[in-house]
Structures are given as C-alpha cells and as structure tokens.
Design a protein around this ligand. Structure first.
Ligand SMILES: NC(=O)c1ccc[n+]([C@@H]2O[C@H](COP(=O)([O-])OP(=O)(O)OC[C@H]3O[C@@H](n4cnc5c(N)ncnc54)[C@H](O)[C@@H]3O)[C@@H](O)[C@H]2O)c1
Ligand SMILES: [Zn+2]
Ligand SMILES: [Zn+2]
Length: 372
C-alpha cells in the first residue's frame, strides 16, 4: 500500500521542497490477535504531526505518521468480537488496556501500556506491522493513518454510525476529543463561567464550541490570525482578541471584571501559556492541551499561585474515555452544536501532504483532511 513515511525529523521548510514525508510503497502485515485492518477514508492533519516533523519532540523513525482518522474495517483478526467487516470506525490515539494502574484508576486516557508502546513506535501487542524493503517502520500513536490502510489494536477505535460522513468522523479522534474534553471533562466548565481560549486551530475551535455548549460567558477567543477570530465568533465565541495586541491582556480583564475563571492554552507555545495564566482571575484554572517543545519551560510565581489559589493542569486526550465520550460528542454534532465540518480547510491527496504541512505551519488553515 501507499503511505507517507517520515525518515528524518527537523528538515527545513518549505516542505514542498524538502519533502520530509516520502510517499512509499510499504508492506503491511495482516492483523494479529485482537487487531483489525482498517481502510483509511479520511485523516486530519494535526499540529502534533507537524511537531514530529519539526523534531521538537523526538520520536522513533522511520515512521508512518497520522493519528486522527476514520475508516472502514476490512479484516478482523482472531479474538475480535465487538467489531465486524464494514463497520465504520474512528481512531483514538490512546488505546486503553483496561488493566494497568492508570486504566484501573479511572484514567484510560493515560494508559501506561499504550503510552509505553507509543514511545517504542510499536502496537500494544508488541512489534510493528509496517515494513519497507525488509526494514521495520514505526507506528505513530498505534495508528499511522497517513496511509491507505492501517492495522491497529481493536481498542484503538470506536464505532461510528454509518450515516456520519467519515471526513467529519475523522476529527473526532483528536481535535474534538481533545478540545471538547478539555473544557467539559478536564476543566468541567460550569454554566455562566468566564472562559478564554488561546489558539484557534482544530483543538482550540473545538474548545470554543464546547464552551458554548457549557454556556460559558463571556467566551473569549484569542489567536494571532483575524480569520480564525472571525470563525471562532461564528462558532459561539462572544468576543475575539488578537494575541498580538499590546492591550490584549487588559482587554480580557476588562471584559471579565478582572480576569477569567477558566483559561485554555490550545496553541502549544510558552507565550500562549503565559498569557493564559496571566489572564486568570483569583481562583482561576488554567488548562493546557497545547504541547510545547519537549525542552520548553514555563515559570510561575509560587506565592502568587498559592495566595490567589490559581490552578494549572494538563489535559491529554481531553481526559476522555472514548467509548463513553465520543458517542456523546457525536450527539452534539447531530444536534448542530458541534459543526466540525466548518473547521475543514479543504481535502488533500497523499501526494499533497507536504504542502498540507506547509499550510498548517503558516497558520492559515484549520483542519485539512487527507483522503489516501
Ligand atoms: N493534549 C492533547 O491531547 C493534544 C491533542 C492534539 C493536539 N495537541 C496539541 O494542541 C496544540 C494545538 O493543535 P492544533 O492541531 O489545533 O494546532 P493548530 O496549529 O491548528 O492551531 C494552533 C493555533 O494557535 C495559534 N497561536 C500560536 N501562537 C499563539 C499565541 N501566542 N496566542 C494565541 N494563539 C496562538 C495559531 O495561530 C494557531 O491558530 C498543538 O500544540 C498540538 O500538538 C494536544
Ligand atoms: Zn492530534
Ligand atoms: Zn491501561
């Protein structure tokens, strides 16, 4: 099958010229015990893939990237009982083993087995199903969906009803679960709370839509791109603030009588994280789903944090249990409260993938959908 293979991290831009992702004919093993083979119908280009290409987080390479996708089950391996051929599925980037201390402790999104396999570039059962000229190719997040097909653990997918277009379903696997989950699960924003969302990509705009679902007010959207601020307002934000404005912080404080109760960093930069922390009111909570470079540091004054009772927390995969939360989020989508199709910035073929990452890096697009 055809797949986009990353052989070297940190290649310079423009990617259309340096081609960090090479379209190769690779071999894919059939599914082992507990695994399925999925034909990929649609895959989203997420900033986490871009960060892997940039090399700001070291990952095992060569690898087939991609962790946000939907597709159709074509082959089920031995021991698979809950899924059958022709089922439509969405992929999730942390599968839950159900037996490790994290899964047992009610934190399936932090499953230790899944995270250990991901760090090695393997599937959770061990080993790799992808090969090129006799060499093993690493998996990305147990998924590797920038390809025509993927072999994944059965616990890496959630079934979706057949009437949901697969290009919409795909973004539920990362942008939706991360952005909506951060607001509704990790932070648990109550009705009427003041919220500011920093970074309006696929993740941040889902956080904005979730803020509207929660009934947040004011619901302030912050980015450095005017088109994204306008889009956020049309998706439910009550106010838009340009992060580059010298009065941005004062403006947020003015809108909220001194600061927000809940701030979200969905940009993945220390600058956004610092600004999100600085705009908290006393008793406020900063939730970050943004993934800054692995060696970045974020400084805060402990005295201020304690005396103002500020909280800072990470949010990984929206603190979600996918089998429980995704059907709920699909209901919001059906009700028109989570119009993820409005985040789509065009579709791409596999051979246009490097161009897609140039565009994502430029910041002009939200979710580009790859149709391998
Ligand atoms: N925690 C998780 O589970 C998880 C899951 C998926 C993605 N992520 C991370 O979330 C982040 C967002 O992902 P995405 O795909 O939406 O990215 P994206 O590139 O589509 O969006 C990021 C947005 O942040 C904006 N931005 C940059 N600097 C800013 C600043 N100082 N203030 C305000 N906005 C600023 C950009 O203009 C852009 O619109 C990335 O760091 C990604 O790696 C985390
Ligand atoms: Zn992602
Ligand atoms: Zn586990």
């Amino acid at each position: 099958m055809k797949a986009a293979v990353l052989r070297e991290q940190g290649k310079p831009r423009p990617y259309v010229e340096t081609q960090p992702l090479a379209i190769e004919e690779v071999d894919l093993d059939g599914p082992a015990e507990g695994e399925i083979l999925v034909e990929i119908a649609a895959a989203g280009l997420c900033h986490s893939d871009l960060s892997t290409i940039e090399g700001i987080r070291p990952r095992p390479i060569p690898a087939v990237l991609g962790h946000e996708a939907a597709g159709i089950v074509r082959v089920v391996g031995p021991g698979v009982s809950e899924l059958k051929v022709d089922d439509h599925v969405v992929m999730v980037f942390v599968m839950s083993c159900g037996v490790c201390p994290d899964c047992h402790g009610g934190r399936p999104n932090l499953c230790g087995s899944s995270i250990a396999a991901k760090a090695k570039g393997e599937l959770v059962a061990g080993g790799r199903r992808l090969h090129l000229a006799g060499t093993d190719i690493n998996h990305a997040a147990g998924i590797s969906c920038f390809a025509e097909y993927a072999v994944v653990d059965q616990r890496s997918v959630v079934k979706v009803p057949d009437d949901v277009p697969l290009e919409d379903a795909a973004v539920f696997g990362c942008a939706v679960i991360t952005g909506v989950g951060a607001v509704l699960n990790t932070a648990g924003v109550p009705e009427g709370a003041s919220v500011a969302v920093f970074g309006l990509g696929g993740v941040g705009l889902n956080a904005v839509m979730a803020g509207a679902i929660a009934g947040a007010h004011p619901l302030i959207a912050v980015d450095v791109h005017d088109e994204k601020l306008a889009l956020a307002c049309s998706l439910g934000a009550s106010h838009a603030i340009h992060a580059g404005s010298p009065t941005a912080l004062d403006d947020i404080k003015d809108l909220t009588g001194g600061g927000v109760q809940f701030a979200f960093d969905m940009a993945g930069t220390v600058k956004a994280l610092e600004m999100a922390y600085a705009c908290l009111r006393t008793g406020g909570v900063l939730t970050s789903a943004g993934l800054a470079p692995a060696d970045a540091e974020f400084a805060l004054k402990p005295y201020e944090m304690v005396s103002r009772e500020l909280r800072v927390q990470g949010s990984y995969m929206g603190s979600c249990t996918p089998s429980h939360d995704l059907p709920k989020y699909l209901d919001y989508y059906r009700q028109g409260r989570l119009p993820v199709d409005r985040l789509r910035s065009g579709t791409l073929g596999l051979d246009e993938i490097n161009l897609g990452f140039d565009r994502l890096s430029d910041g002009q697009v939200v979710r580009q959908i790859l149709k391998p």
